[in-house]
Design a protein around this ligand. Structure first.
Ligand SMILES: [Zn+2]
Ligand SMILES: [Zn+2]
Length: 351
């Protein structure tokens, strides 16, 4: 089978020929129909996360087919796998753990350690290859009538947005929910907040083209934060101070801007999701005096995936448009994402 792999971090992905995996036991082999391109792929490809101040968190990878937003068709089933048939199509939950540690045993497989987990497309081969081996049926979710090119995006960006939204202390009907970053994850978050809370959130970005997409998907207001003071005033006028901010960027300027959006309002919740990188300082007494919560949110649990895919497959979440590219263009697309030049959601196909 054909796959595009990282051979050395930072160097272009290479097309390789690999042996097609065989499904044994509970394993299921899926043929990749479409695989979403998540911004994390850029970091995995680079081989590090930027911690700011010149520090890096290394994430070395070699001989890896990335791709953790997999939508595929079942083509082979291990002898003990049940409740699954050849030809069925599924979204694959990629945040697979060791199955033995405390986190895995308590339903938080996605928290399994970096050296023990078996995350597809991160530590194990994923959807940048033509076929992906999934260890168990429990990781497969129906996407109903969702377009093929979009379905996989719910496995990471959709799930990450869903889990962050769950943590953001949002109340139905609020007009003071702010999403920072109108990339793929921010756009999916707009649709999910609409479905779950009947809220059209405010969306902030520094790129008007991205904001335009957010507006067309139903953001109540879109605000360009290239002039932070002006943008802040605009959001204060709309909200009187944000109550929930979900940051899908995760860079120092975005954090500083977004954290200030609460103003002196008490009890706000800030959920940090993006991994662009950097560091910042926080005035400690202000955290106490404003009774503010600052939380990190990392992907989502298997049960959250079940909840999200229930909403998706029952048609409660409006589809987001997706640009389809061939996997042979993967280096170009990753470079575009690295420079912030990719708008909306992109997926790869292998045909
Ligand atoms: Zn991802
Ligand atoms: Zn584990």
């Amino acid at each position: 089978m054909k796959a595009f792999q990282i051979k050395k971090n930072g160097e272009p992905l290479e097309q390789v020929e690999l042996e097609k995996p065989t499904a044994v036991g509970n394993e299921i082999l899926v043929k990749t129909i479409a695989c979403g391109v998540c911004h994390s792929d850029v970091h995995i490809h680079d081989g590090y996360f930027d911690l700011g101040g010149g520090a890096q968190l290394p994430t070395p990878a070699a001989d890896l087919s990335m791709g953790h937003e997999i939508y595929g068709e079942v083509v082979a089933i291990g002898d003990t796998a049940s409740d699954v048939s050849i030809g069925e199509k599924f979204v694959v939950y990629p945040w697979i753990g060791c199955g033995e540690c405390e986190d895995c045993l308590s339903g938080n497989e996605h928290y399994c350690g970096p050296t023990t987990n078996k995350n597809l497309g991160i530590t194990e081969n994923g959807g940048y290859g033509e076929f992906v081996l999934v260890p168990d049926k429990k990781y497969l979710f129906s996407a109903g009538d969702t377009p093929d090119e979009l379905a996989g995006s719910y496995a990471c960006r959709g799930l990450t947005a869903y889990s962050a939204i769950q943590k953001a202390n949002i109340k139905e009907g609020q007009n003071s929910v702010v999403i920072v970053g109108a990339g793929g994850m921010g756009l999916l978050a707009v649709k999910i907040i609409q479905a779950v809370y009947s809220i059209n959130p405010i969306v902030v970005d520094i790129d008007d083209a991205k904001l335009e997409i957010a507006k067309s998907l139903g953001a109540s207001h879109v605000v360009n934060s290239s002039s932070p003071e002006e943008a802040m005033m605009k959001i204060f006028e709309i909200t009187g101070g944000a109550t929930s901010v979900i940051d899908f960027v995760g860079a120092a300027p975005a954090f500083e801007f977004a954290y200030n959006l609460f103003g002196l309002r008490r009890g706000g919740t800030y959920v940090l999701v993006g991994l662009l990188g950097g560091q910042t300082t926080i005035q400690l007494p202000m955290v106490t005096l404003t009774a503010r919560s600052i939380l990190g949110s990392y992907v989502g649990s298997l049960s959250e995936m079940g909840e999200l895919m229930e909403l998706v497959s029952s048609g409660k979440i409006d589809p987001t448009p997706v640009e389809v590219r061939n996997i042979s263009e993967s280096n170009e697309v990753l470079e575009g994402m690295r420079c912030g030049k990719v708008n909306g959601i992109v997926c790869f196909t292998h045909d």
